[in-house]
Write a protein that binds this ligand. Structure first.
Ligand code: IFM
Length: 481
């Protein structure tokens, strides 16, 4: 039973989007089929030592070949919306040039299949799989990549812009920039703080340009959004406020301020002055970046504890990301990331539903007119498949149900307090390639047997089906099977 379970019925509004999310490279497989070009994640995952066990997304959950089966699965769970990402290298194998009809056709079939099942299509244009050819020209450190992204957005908008309900330009640009170019923990695996900050700006610019291109070609009056992975910070010790301020600037305000307010925070520019002079920000860029957004996507999993490092004791680096030697925090070696007490998921991330409520309330206070949507929340745990006497399979995952229950209740509290929250997408629909952790971490509410590709509904999927179909968080003890 959830540890702080509500005993009162908590119901979401009738039009609240109860959905689930995935990303192209994590589930599709079919890495070199139908004209798809290589992405930075193909290169990175095929480089020895980069991912757990040398795992790659070559096959993943084979979703590319199991589209209809997976669509039926979503319908069987009663999902109101499905958040997926489009693989840029399927559409433009080298990141430029004419759109590949077979690539577009796959996503067109996906969107049609969702609409046929009354599931709202929520499309993300970029969930980290940059065409390798663009990386060869500098990737996100090259300003031209932002313009190439705008062209790609237009091509996808022209093909799907009569049917997609919500467009999201970027997923977690923090990860693309800092983990990809600063920490080396994500593709393309670079460890250069100046490159990371340059990437931050070019990703922000790409977002603004893409929104404008989409608006110019879509015909069904969709909503536009971007998804950020906010860092909810807990300061510790002397200088806690300074540690929090500094990491908040890098992690959160480096995106919210330009995207929603049209400027970079002065303290961010000053904190990173020894790393870069920000000369890559050109006149007029911020006006391009600040586009009105219908929804701000919020990804939340855990909180982050920080304190100023004393420079003597070994520096703690528990920031929740695979340590590949580089730092995702340019100019911040005097801040350390402290381990937190309490329960953790299989990722080693602490479980703190209050952090989600705080985040939603804080965003609502800072951006009162900005509707929000939780575009990712979920947890990895050690799952085991059991076989019943009738040969049927099951995965009993009470910890995941507990995690989801408590986070949904936290979101409901925020909603009740007046936050304009429009939906909640569970990460993830199915087990998938967890980036540097390969297939060692399972976030799905649907279990995937990677040998056979058999899908098994975990108990959490049955629990979520009850929530999605009734609109109410199942009361503890509710029979959902
Ligand atoms: O799997 C990822 C996803 O691709 C982006 N957000 C966090 C998830 C869990 O790490």
């Amino acid at each position: 039973m959830p540890t702080d379970a509500n005993t009162q019925q908590l119901t979401f509004p009738a039009d609240f989007l109860l959905g689930s999310a995935t990303a192209a490279y994590q589930i599709e497989g079919a890495a070199d089929e139908d004209g798809r070009g290589p992405s930075i994640w193909d290169t990175y995952s095929h480089t020895p030592g980069r991912t757990w066990n040398g795992d790659t997304g070559d096959v993943a959950a084979d979703h590319y070949h199991r589209l209809d089966e997976d669509l039926d699965l979503m319908a069987s769970l009663g999902l109101k919306a499905y958040r997926f990402s489009i693989a840029w290298p399927r559409i433009q194998p080298t990141g430029r040039g004419p759109a590949n009809p077979k690539g577009l056709d796959f996503y067109s079939r996906l969107v049609d299949g969702l609409l046929q099942r009354d599931i709202a299509p929520v499309a993300t244009l970029y969930h980290w799989d940059l065409p390798q050819a663009l990386e060869d020209e500098g990737g996100w450190t090259n300003r031209e990549t932002a313009y190439a992204f705008a062209d790609y957005a237009r091509a996808v908008g022209e093909a799907l812009g009569d049917r997609v309900a919500i467009w999201t330009t970027l997923n977690e640009p923090w990860c693309s920039a800092y983990l990809g170019y600063g920490a080396g923990a994500h593709a393309p695996g670079r460890s250069d703080g100046a490159a990371a900050l340059t990437a931050v700006h070019h990703l922000n610019l790409a977002h603004g340009l893409a929104v404008q291109q989409l608006r110019a070609v879509t015909t069904n009056d969709p909503r536009y959004s971007v998804t950020l992975n906010f860092h909810v910070l807990r300061g510790e010790g002397e200088g806690a406020d300074e540690a929090v301020r500094r990491i908040d600037a890098l992690a959160n305000r480096a995106f919210t301020e330009p995207l929603l307010r049209g400027h970079y925070p002065q303290d961010l520019l000053e904190d990173t002055a020894a790393v870069t002079d920000w000369a890559f920000v050109q006149d007029g860029d911020l006006a391009q970046i600040q586009q009105p957004l219908d929804l701000l996507g919020v990804n939340y999993y855990a909180t982050t504890a920080v304190r100023l490092w004393d420079g003597v004791t070994p520096r703690q680096n528990n920031d929740g990301h695979k340590d590949m030697g580089g730092s995702p925090w340019p100019g911040s070696t005097h801040v350390e990331f402290v381990a937190q007490e309490g329960p953790h998921t299989a990722m080693g991330w602490n479980i703190d539903p209050d952090g989600l409520e705080e985040l939603l309330l804080d965003l609502h206070t800072r951006f009162p007119d900005q509707p929000l949507v939780i575009t990712e929340n979920g947890a990895a745990f050690e799952d085991h498949v059991s076989t019943g006497p009738d040969g049927g399979h099951a995965v009993h995952d009470p910890e995941r149900i507990d995690y989801l229950h408590r986070h949904f209740a936290a979101a409901h509290r925020a909603l009740t307090a007046g936050v304009d929250l429009r939906g909640y997408f569970v990460w993830s629909l199915m087990d998938n390639f967890e980036w540097g952790y390969g297939y060692s971490k399972r976030f799905g509410i649907v279990h995937v047997d990677y040998e056979t590709q058999r899908r098994t509904l975990k108990d959490s999927a049955l629990w979520y089906r009850e929530l999605a179909t009734t609109g109410s968080i199942p009361l503890p003890g509710t029979k959902v099977a």
